[in-house]
Design a protein around this ligand. Structure first.
Ligand code: MBD
Ligand code: FE
Length: 287
């Protein structure tokens, strides 16, 4: 167990409302043109799965009413983005990226914000003056599955701080803290300076927390770095990178860890440097 387990957590009301607003701004109109036949098929099969569960387990009126009030509270707490990204998105991602030859990706989660500050090919993410956490230097390269290096590729990075909190979704953190956009150089290379994030506990005081407590589950995701990697003519890659030895790598509440996404960290050596270094490259599929 790390000390971070006693860290403050973002409240459901704060992070849920922000995540809901963010989603409405960026993504809400996506499937407006889905044909009637497809909507009917998907809605019917989901409902049939619910009916089958009720019959199989003899669900009672008390349980039905508990479900109703819980669903109402998911909306009131702004936790639909959190609920869906934790318990559903990983299967959508699996289906959407099955064909890829390049890098494995994983889910985006609820806390991406487009437009993070541009830092060039080499530099630091924005941090506070006394940003807590172990310094981390990450070097890498972006290439295409066709073999070419990808100069000018964008790497958008966002992650929690050493208390497990995300800027723009927890109060009191500068707007772009631990969020940045890097651009690969002529050789497709980049070098990112940041700090190691802590494991992330989803808010325990909202509807998702109530479900977790009622079911006797835990609320943790392993520590992770979120990235989106994009280059002209290539499929955008959304991924997360994880840290070896994290106790939640094998028990992620969001089921989003893949072995290819676990970093191989080395202690920073020489020159009085502290912290850790890691090399991790990306390979993108042509679109
Ligand atoms: C996160 O930080 C996250 O990455 C996911 C997938 C869900 C909740 C919080
Ligand atoms: Fe996250």
């Amino acid at each position: 167990m790390t000390a971070t387990h006693n860290a403050p957590v973002a409240t459901a009301a704060c992070s849920g409302a922000s995540a809901t607003e963010r989603f409405k701004t960026d993504k809400s109109s996506g499937a407006a043109n889905t044909p009637k036949e497809r909507v009917s098929l998907l809605a019917r099969e989901v409902l049939e799965a619910v009916h089958a569960t009720i019959r199989k387990h003899r669900v009672t009126y008390d349980e039905y009413n508990a479900l109703k009030s819980w669903l109402i509270s998911v909306g009131e707490d702004g936790e639909w983005p959190l609920f869906l990204d934790v318990w559903v998105e990983h299967v959508v991602e699996e289906v959407a990226t099955e064909h890829r030859q390049g890098n494995k990706g994983t889910i985006e989660g609820p806390y991406y914000v487009p437009g993070a500050p541009e830092q060039g090919a080499r530099g630091s993410v924005p941090v506070r003056e006394d940003e807590p956490g172990t310094p981390l230097v990450w070097t890498g390269k972006v290439t295409s599955t066709d073999g070419g290096v990808l100069a000018g590729a964008k790497i958008e990075l966002w992650h929690a701080d050493a208390d497990g909190l995300y800027s723009q979704f927890a109060p009191g953190i500068p707007e772009w803290n631990l969020r940045a956009t890097f651009t690969t150089d002529e050789q497709g290379r980049f070098e990112i300076h940041t700090v190691r994030p802590a494991p992330y506990q989803i808010p325990t005081d909202g509807a998702c927390g109530k479900l977790i407590a009622a079911a006797g589950w835990h609320a943790w995701r392993p520590a992770h770095l979120h990235v989106k990697v994009s280059a002209p003519g290539h499929e955008k890659l959304t991924a997360q990178l994880y840290f070896p030895g994290d106790e939640y790598n094998d028990d992620d509440i969001a089921s989003a860890v893949k072995p290819e996404l676990i970093l191989d960290l080395k202690p920073a050596d020489g020159g009085g440097e502290t912290g850790e270094t890691v090399a991790y490259d990306f390979v993108l599929d042509p679109a």
